[in-house]
Design a protein around this ligand. Sequence first.
Ligand code: HEM
Ligand code: HEM
Length: 119
Amino acid sequence: MSARFIKISLAYLVLGASLGIYMGLSQDFTLMPVHAHILLAGWLTLAMAGVIYRLHPEAAGTRLAQAHFWLHNLGLPVFMAGLALMLSGRANLPPVIGTGAIALLVGFVCLALNLWRRI
Ligand code: HEM
Ligand code: HEM
C-alpha cells in the first residue's frame, strides 16, 4: 500500500514539474493553479500518505485506505483536467470540476477516518 501511494505520487511530480517548465518557457501562467494542485494534492499529499502507511502499517491495507487511493487518483485527474480546460478557455465544465474535487475531498475524509481509527 505504501509503495503504491509513493509510486503514483511520482507520476504527479513528473507531470506537475513538466507543466512548471512549460509555464516558465512559455511565460504563460494560466495553468498555475493546475501546476500547484498536481504537485501539492498529487505528489506531496500522496507521498505523505505513503510515508504514513510505512510508519503505521496497521492503517495500510484497510478498505478506507483503498477507498482513499481510488477516490484521490480518479478525482484529482478529473478535477485537474476540468480546471485546465476552464482556465485555458476551451470548455467550461463546473460539474466535472466539482465532481472531481468532491471525490478528492471524500478521499481525504477516508484517509482521515482511517488514520484516526487505526493509529
Ligand atoms: C521543475 C520544477 C518546477 C518548475 C519549473 C516550476 C515552475 C513554476 C512557475 C513558473 C510557477 C508560477 C510562478 C508565478 O506565476 O509566480 C510556479 C508556481 C507554483 N509552484 Fe512550481 N515549479 C516546479 C516545481 C514545483 C514543485 C515540486 C512544487 C511543489 C511541491 C511546486 C509548487 C508550486 C506552487 C504551490 C505554485 C504557486 C505559487 C503561488 O501561489 O504563488 N512547483 N511553479
Ligand atoms: C478538494 C481539494 C481542493 C480544492 C477544491 C482546492 C481549491 C482551491 C482553490 C479554489 C484555490 C484558489 C485558486 C485561485 O485563486 O486561483 C486554491 C488555491 C490553493 N490551494 Fe487548493 N484546493 C484543494 C486541495 C488543496 C491541497 C490538498 C493543497 C495542498 C496540499 C492545496 C494547496 C493550495 C495552494 C498552495 C493554493 C494557492 C496556489 C494557487 O493559487 O494555485 N489545495 N485551492
